[in-house]
Design a protein around this ligand. Structure first.
Ligand SMILES: Nc1nc2c(c(=O)[nH]1)N[C@H]1C(S)=C(S)[C@@H](COP(=O)(O)O)O[C@H]1N2
Ligand SMILES: [Mo]
Length: 374
């Protein structure tokens, strides 16, 4: 980074339309209406950082190190990684576990994300499984830990984030070490030279600026892995109650969600004509089965058309659309509700409250009005 360009200027130049959150770290989200593309363009793709951006890697010096419970420690430059392993591309949704947090009626700590901490991109890289196979994973391997050079705050010694995934997910064919996004080289803001792609997992497992993978025989306890960080209570927490006695589990799956990308909030549509409603639906590891739309705040529902799963893209979001037919002039509330293949639907209110405000997949409500034709 040029010394006179601040992190915020970098973000503003790359993504001028995003809403930047008031936070020491760089965090910004899109309005759902900006996300009306099968593949989210870079300029609309949210950014989430737990600390300050790392220094830019020197491509000649950069190496990925693989160590821990392996037969051979690996050190690979980017050209070596690209030459030694099959290069694959996968379309997948990247969603922050905190997306929708602002929808909890009892507020929680954490960035007050509305619904734009999500995007769907085509990620290009090598399979983490292939790299781990080259290192020779030992039988006692249980987890992989990801390490990056970004620090909690500028000048701090501790990492901003060091998370990982269970060994089964590390070896799953969809889990990549990516250096490309939407056909372009991965940008610095999204984690170049290399980031983890862990489809179905919350964004926190998609480590950016990856420089070391350590294979462990225990669950990783790195920065933001323990306590209530990116974890959900195993049993419900009473609103305002204590959770000191409740165990918390790492979030390993994202819930089903539908997002209306059109019309945008505040829309005005004519009475007695079709009102097209469209957007995208996705689940973590369980794809959507159906999307329903209501034009009266959730009293009556119609089935939306939901695009079929594209070949080889179970982790991509899927287009839905419906034509509503509002007759009476006045204000109106559109609601979209997705149900996944295991029959789990989005709650009409919000998801079970949890102290850090994760995984709130309560339905989105888009208010507008219907007017008599002029
Ligand atoms: N090194 C590093 N990787 C990281 C983070 C971080 O703070 N540092 N944030 C994670 C979180 S919480 C999310 S939601 C995604 C966001 O990815 P993006 O900024 O490319 O949209 O990055 C993940 N990877
Ligand atoms: Mo996140």
């Amino acid at each position: 980074m040029l010394p006179h360009v601040t992190e915020r200027e970098l973000l503003g130049a790359a993504k001028p339309a995003l809403r930047i959150h008031d936070d020491a770290a760089l965090n910004a989200e899109a309005a759902p209406a900006m996300l009306d593309h099968e593949l989210t363009p870079e300029h609309a793709f949210f950014v989430r950082n737990n600390g300050s951006l790392p220094p830019r890697a020197d491509p000649a010096a950069w190496r990925l190190c693989v160590d821990g419970e392996v037969e051979r420690v690996l050190e690979l430059s980017l050209p070596e990684l690209q030459a030694q392993f099959e290069i694959v591309s996968i379309r997948a949704v990247l969603e922050c576990a905190g997306n929708g947090r602002a929808g909890f009626i009892i507020p929680t700590d954490g960035l007050q994300w509305s619904l734009g901490a999500v995007g769907c991109a085509e990620w290009t890289g090598v399979r983490m499984a292939d790299v781990l196979a080259a290192a020779g994973v030992r039988r006692n391997a249980m987890y992989v830990a990801h390490h990056s050079p970004d620090r909690a705050t500028a000048g701090a010694a501790g990492p901003a984030l060091s998370r990982g995934v269970p060994i089964a997910k590390a070896l799953a064919p969809e889990t990549l070490l990516a250096f490309g996004m939407n056909g372009e080289p991965l940008s610095f803001l999204h984690g170049s030279p290399l980031r983890v792609v862990a489809p179905g997992y919350p964004g926190s497992a998609w480590q950016k600026w990856l420089e070391r993978i350590s294979v462990l025989d225990v669950e990783h306890d790195g920065m933001k892995m323990t306590g209530t960080d990116y974890r959900l209570p195993r049993s419900p927490v009473a609103l305002g109650g204590s959770w000191a006695e409740i165990p918390f589990d790492v979030i390993t799956d994202m819930p089903i969600r539908a997002m209306i990308t059109s019309p945008a909030p505040g829309f005005v549509a004519p009475a007695n004509s079709a009102l097209p409603v469209r957007g995208f639906a996705w689940g973590g590891h369980t794809p959507p089965a159906r999307v329903e739309i209501s034009a009266d705040g959730g009293a009556n529902w119609v089935e939306a058309f939901l695009d079929a799963e594209q070949d080889g893209a179970p982790f991509a979001w899927r287009r839905f659309h419906a034509h509503m037919a509002p007759r009476e002039p006045g204000s109106l509330e559109l609601v979209a509700r997705a149900t996944d293949l295991r029959g789990r639907s989005q709650p009409l209110g919000s998801a079970p409250w949890n102290p850090r405000g994760y995984c709130n997949n309560g339905v989105q409500r888009v208010r507008g009005s219907i007017e008599n034709g002029r």
